[in-house]
Write a protein that binds this ligand. Structure first.
Ligand code: HEM
Length: 109
């Protein structure tokens, strides 16, 4: 398949995610910024598009999101998750990945 360069568009999700003009207090872990009523102000609808956008966006989005919600909910219900090692940094290549092994401990509630 030939993709004409004129139509080749890449969304730099990591770059947008680190842009303080897009996400205020960008260096802080503030999950409440994603709450439905947007307590920290509106987020541009295209500021975070890990599944793409438009007619060719990911068809598996709902399946992927539902599986992640289910897994995280069930883990949080059953375990306290602990981490007692060095800080984990983000490495970015073709995909983003953690800088060291994720040695989490799952302690039964
Ligand atoms: C966290 C999980 C996933 C992420 C982040 C993801 C992300 C993406 C992205 C960025 C695209 C390209 C969208 C575009 O070109 O604008 C895509 C396409 C696609 N994804 Fe996913 N995806 C995920 C899971 C899945 C799953 C579970 C399925 C199948 C059940 C799936 C099936 C597809 C298909 C078939 C396409 C091609 C759609 C097309 O070209 O018309 N994906 N995905």
């Amino acid at each position: 398949m030939f993709i004409h360069p004129q139509y080749f568009v890449i969304a730099l999700n990591m770059l947008m995610g680190w842009d303080a003009t897009v996400f205020p207090r960008v260096d802080e872990f503030l999950p409440e910024r994603w709450l439905r009523d947007r307590p920290m102000g509106n987020i541009h609808p295209y500021a975070n598009i890990p599944f793409g956008a438009g007619p060719r966006m990911c068809v598996g989005r709902r399946v992927a999101e539902q599986e992640m919600y289910t897994l995280l909910t069930r883990v949080a219900q059953r375990f306290t998750v602990e981490y007692h090692h060095e800080d984990i940094e983000l490495r970015v290549g073709l995909l983003a990945y953690p800088s060291r092994p994720l040695k989490f401990s799952f302690v039964s509630r």
